[in-house]
Design a binder for this molecule. Sequence first.
Ligand code: GCU
Length: 355
Amino acid sequence: MNHQTLPNVLQKSGGELLTSPKEWEEHRESLLFLLSREEYGFLPSAPDGLSFRLVEKRENYCASNAVFEKWEAAVKVGEQEFSFPFFAVVPTQVKKPMAFLHINFRNNVPDAYMPTEEIIDGGFAVFSFGYEDVTRDNDDFSDGLAALFPRSSGEKTLPGKISIWAWAAIRVMDHIVSRKDIDTANVAVIGHSRLGKTALWAGANDPRFSFVISNDSGCSGAAVSRGKQGEQIRDVTTTFPYWFCETYRSYQGKEEELPFDQHFLLSLIAPRKLYVSSAQEDLWADPVSELRACKEASPVYELYGISGLLCPEDAPAANAVFPEGNIGYHIRKGTHYLSRYDWQQFMAFLRRHRN
Ligand code: GCU
């Protein structure tokens, strides 16, 4: 267990503590700005044009228990346009289901990370897209959607790829909220690993996500960086510098100098529901530091008079689940993966905390 002191999320730069939700909401804007400037880069503004086209529809999906739809989102920024595909699977037996928006590694439906039939049988709709259909996972910012956002060298706060994937998720949310057949007050954005970082950042930026779920997101995701085991800022910004803005690299080996830590990111979700999941053997992501971030974000929920994470332990045993508070947490047995077990816990959390 690390004992390094973390910055207090409720403390203003002058040192005073925030004492009301109203004060927090003003302060929250400055924290969103801070994380944009220092870590992920500023999210581009909403597009100048946006339309959705139904490309394919199958009524008899999963033994006719669901309708499968393939859509194309067309965005326009200035005079430039870009389209990417996304998918919807909506159960036929449930009126206005709650929904997941899964930012996926692949554009498969179903997929190893997305047990679509179980999700349907659980009574949920699931929207998804493959992140590399938006822009490839490399440092080429002339690729795909990234090309629509001009970049000039020397600017240190331009959006990294995480911001661009998050922006795409927010466009899919634009579609979801326009639908009459979905319970749009109960939509969860979810992602695994690098896409868990992306889901958290999308949820921080778009309050229409009433649930935000991070699975094994680790370094620069749900895990605090101070005292973290496994992956460090130096590692992630050396191998994947383009996920972040340029400024973030200046914190390599200088975690102590960060004017924030990752629990600030989690606190931006409050008072909405947050769920963080870890895997016991995923020491690169560091379950202890993920759990610690949940605990350190909890005072913001308490300011609203509601509970954050309700978990008395610092390093719970494998397969322990803590779903009672408005921040839920579990640690699964095994390694880095997004499993059916994880999805079962997410579904239970949504049912328990439905708005
Ligand atoms: C690498 C990276 C992690 C990331 C993971 C993933 O391991 O170092 O930060 O979360 O890839 O996305 O699978």
